[in-house]
Design a protein around this ligand. Structure first.
Ligand code: ZN
Length: 74
């Protein structure tokens, strides 16, 4: 029996991004289109916000001082 002492995913580092609440919305700072909020999955290593227009990810940390938009009358 082999002892699997090496963790195969050990080199992967999951950044500790601040994750917005589900239903939060943000507009892309580049193109002003509404971005997609990615689901916070354990095997997802990217940033929470995805702009399909720019093909670019953004994290909450990049929006400091710019609070999440809540669409109250949606
Ligand atoms: Zn964009």
């Amino acid at each position: 029996m082999h002892d699997h002492s090496t963790y195969e995913d050990g080199l992967k580092y999951r950044p500790d991004y601040v994750w917005p609440d589900e239903g939060s919305t943000r507009d892309c700072p580049k193109c002003s289109e509404e971005m997609e909020l990615i689901e916070n999955l354990e095997n997802y290593y990217g940033k929470p916000w995805w702009c399909s227009e720019c093909q670019w990810q953004f994290s909450e940390e990049e929006f400091e001082g710019n609070p999440i938009q809540k669409d109250a009358d949606d």
